[in-house]
Ligand binder design. Sequence first.
Ligand code: HDL
Ligand code: ZN
Length: 411
Amino acid sequence: MNRSQLSAQVARCVNRTPVYDIHTHLYEPAFGPLLLWGIDDLLVYHYLIAEAFRHIQLPYDEFWALPKSRQAELVWNTLFLEHSPISEACRGVVTTLNRLGLDVKKRDLIALRKWFARWKTEDYLTHCLEIAGVEKVCMTNSPFDDQERAVWQEGFTRDERFTSGLRIDPLLLDWPETVGRLREWGYQVTTNFSAKTIGEVRRFLEDWTRTIRAQYLMVSLPPDFEYPSRDLSTSLLTKVILPHCQDYGLPFAVMMGVSRGVNPALRLAGDGVGPSRMEALQNLCSDFSRNRFLATTLSRETQHSLCVLARKFRNLHVFGCWWFTNVPSLINEITRMRLELIGLSVTPQHSDARVLDQLIYKWDHFRPILAQALTDKYANLVENGWSVTSMDIERDVRDLLGGAFVRFCRS
Ligand code: HDL
Ligand code: ZN
């Protein structure tokens, strides 16, 4: 098989292998308005709002006071009509609309809105998953979200295309505030970390692990997060969270390096990035060798040390080009680094989609980069006498698009 045949075969395989998207902010239809979709939700994505504010002088609060449709029009006019939509988040909207079969060159927001208005959520969900080639979506489920908690407590029939990640940032990062909420919900906890409190927090995690059928527990961490440390996060990790994960056979997912509220006036768009202290992850993997850890970092600078840690600790599984690294130039650099340092024992991408339709562009943009990187690696082998069969390619791509993650979660 020559280079162009190899390239075509790898691209075909990557394009048709269904994806398990292991971290998103999507919701199954039972959550109603929490599942965002359609042109206005696409346009008010916080990535686009941050970029629009680079051009508009409107005071932040005046923008937030506008109805969503006006916010969307402002973003559309600013980023799509007054400037070419070349940023990754803007390009994503164009890719999505095009893949949906819409005529983007008309630049007609009214016509676009009319098209979306014809869809029912359930039908559109199936349509988007099919176009995106996504077969399973892991939600980010938080008991601390009042709207979401009410739906879980009411109960509903699960859509088997969706799985759950139990998100616990407020527990680990804002204990004093969380004590009050846990007590409201009937858990006899106090701010001092008594044996009773430990037991009650474990009961809280058990209740929610069972309620949502969690695939993993997850937390995002600030750049200065340390482990071990003298603050309470170390006690919560060592006495509650990691013993719980071990008892329930669940990985603990850490998303490291986010500086929350760098510009609070931007709300969800106001978070920033900083280089994580990778010793914290190293110490966790080393101290808790019977636990499993999923990890991604937000800064480009820590990607290499994350790969090296994965070489040292088989209980660490690296995933995704998260948030500010989810742009083609960095996806290419990071994905090739991972293939070269940790081979196929990695989940190179997740979408982090907040709006259903984004699945289409997040995966449409990633697939060619993965295919090209894999082709180059296979070509290096073929140049030196190795044979790469179609079975090899299919197996490897299945691993990268969710198979390795599923095996890691079960190991
Ligand atoms: O903390 C997280 O899970 C991040 O992904 C945030 O939700 C962030 O706002 C985001 O959507 N990034 O893509
Ligand atoms: Zn996320």
